[in-house]
Design a protein around this ligand. Structure first.
Ligand SMILES: [Zn+2]
Length: 137
């Protein structure tokens, strides 16, 4: 028996992240790929969708360095004197995903280049709040 597909929800997306997988949703009717887990195709509004695992490779499209950190990141030492970087990564499969950007100097935003190659890195994943993270590839 094939495994029953998981619901196309943020909870499933987070569960996959904890397994080390960045998953998106592919429309079987028109092929549209999305990094947002929804049971409905954003392009053709069809409901015949399936999970697809992304390679984890992409390019940094835009980013921001944040010094007013949420509580969970303040606990990790981020804040006014230690900003963190968040950005939008365009995956090699096409969809864009918002993510933490690791391995860059957020105190020196001019050192961070848009367009640079990045790869998924879930080594520092917070199991309480799983979110995609990338670092320069
Ligand atoms: Zn579609």
């Amino acid at each position: 028996m094939p495994e029953q597909p998981r619901a196309f929800t943020a909870a499933s997306f987070s569960a996959y992240l904890k397994e080390g997988k960045l998953m998106g949703v592919r429309c079987r009717a028109c092929g549209h790929l999305s990094a947002q887990p929804r049971p409905l195709c954003a392009a053709c509004h069809g409901r015949d969708v399936e999970w697809q695992q992304f390679s984890g490779r992409g390019a940094l499209s835009t980013f921001t360095c944040i010094s007013v950190a949420p509580a969970a990141l303040v606990k990790q030492g981020f804040g006014r004197n230690n900003p963190y970087c968040a950005g939008i990564v365009t995956l090699e499969e096409g969809p864009r995903v918002s993510a933490r950007i690791l391995g860059v100097d957020a105190r020196s935003p001019q050192s961070i280049e848009t367009g640079m190659a990045v790869a998924l890195d879930l080594a520092e994943l917070d199991p309480e709040r799983p979110a995609p993270a990338f670092r320069p590839a």
